[in-house]
Design a protein around this ligand. Structure first.
Ligand code: NAD
Length: 284
């Protein structure tokens, strides 16, 4: 029976560390660390995520400021808002809550964010730095996955890590991070032929595909470490991409949903905001 990787507990520990570091900045230097969030329109899931992020910021002493342009905002006006935040020296981090309404080109907006304030790590410069293993601001969810493995002393080097899902925000950056940690990495996606044949080889299996409980016990090697990034709402309950009960019978370690990767994503966002603040201090 698998042991639980408790993301909720680890995220709380990270938040406590960040709080003590932010307390020092605000008390000794009488400065504030600031995260500005842009939430376009009224996507209900996005509104929930932003509320969670605001709450987490408040808990550690990061000042968060929310900008809520209407759904029909023109691209040029959204870019203008990003420009204003880029220029404002009181703003340390800028987070663009995704998805955006379909008339807005996500890349154009993400590319406009000053890379030194890009707390999601999605700007092409930060993506490039990650590719060269020189990243300072890593995408939050994959960083949270690696942090969990490290905090549970789960070895990565030499292991076969299989990632199901190739999104720019999870699958691809996670593959790069695990490669830098000397894992042998396979990336699977919707066009992969015989998915189970590949997932069965995984020492570390990460699922980020967004299909409720699609990964069954028969797709998992005995003793594998299973990190479930998926967050899917089914009959008003959150479930992962992994059929938790049956896979837990086979895995050595497993993350629950909720309480696994989700809280780590937010903890990494706070950590990136503090890193961004420090990068800006050393730059000026
Ligand atoms: P996405 O929705 O952009 O893409 C899904 C990926 O899964 C694609 O690469 C696709 O090729 C792959 N896929 C789809 N069907 C497949 C199949 N049958 N077999 C193999 N691969 C398949 O991905 P995303 O934005 O990374 O989100 C994935 C999941 O992770 C979602 O449930 C999302 O809610 C969740 N998520 C959670 C967090 C967190 O903090 N825990 C953060 C981001 C995303």
């Amino acid at each position: 029976m698998a042991k639980i990787i408790d993301g909720k507990k680890e995220a709380a520990a990270i938040r406590a560390q960040i709080k003590s570091q932010i307390d020092k900045i605000t008390i000794q230097q009488t400065e504030k660390v600031n995260l500005d969030v842009i939430l376009v329109g009224h996507n209900p899931a996005s509104e929930v995520y932003v509320r969670l992020k605001e709450k987490a910021c408040a808990e550690v002493g990061i000042v968060s400021c929310k900008h809520t342009p209407p759904t029909d905002i023109a691209l040029k006006d959204l870019l203008l808002l990003v420009d204003q935040l880029n220029e404002d020296s009181n703003v340390n981090g800028i987070l663009l809550q995704l998805p955006l309404p379909s008339h807005l080109n996500i890349s154009k907006v993400l590319d406009r964010i000053d890379p030194i304030k890009d707390v999601d790590g999605f700007h092409p410069i930060n993506v490039g730095l990650l590719s060269q293993n020189q990243a300072k601001l890593l995408p939050c969810t994959p960083a949270g996955c690696v942090e969990l493995l490290d905090r549970y002393n789960i070895p990565i080097q030499g292991k076969h890590a299989v990632i199901v899902g190739r999104s720019n925000i999870v699958g691809k950056p996670l593959a790069t991070m695990l490669l830098h940690r000397n894992a042998t990495v396979s990336i699977c996606h919707s066009k992969t032929v015989d998915l189970a044949a590949i997932t069965l080889q995984a020492d570390i299996l990460v699922t980020a595909l967004g299909i409720p409980e699609m990964i069954k016990a028969g797709m998992v090697k005995e003793g594998a470490v299973v990190i479930d990034v998926g967050i899917n709402r089914v009959e008003n309950q959150l479930v992962g991409d992994v059929a938790f009960a049956e896979v837990a019978e086979k895995a050595s370690w497993i993350t629950p949903v909720p309480g696994g990767v989700g809280p780590m994503t937010i903890a990494m966002l706070l950590s990136n905001t503090l890193t961004a603040y420090r990068l800006q201090q050393t730059k000026s």
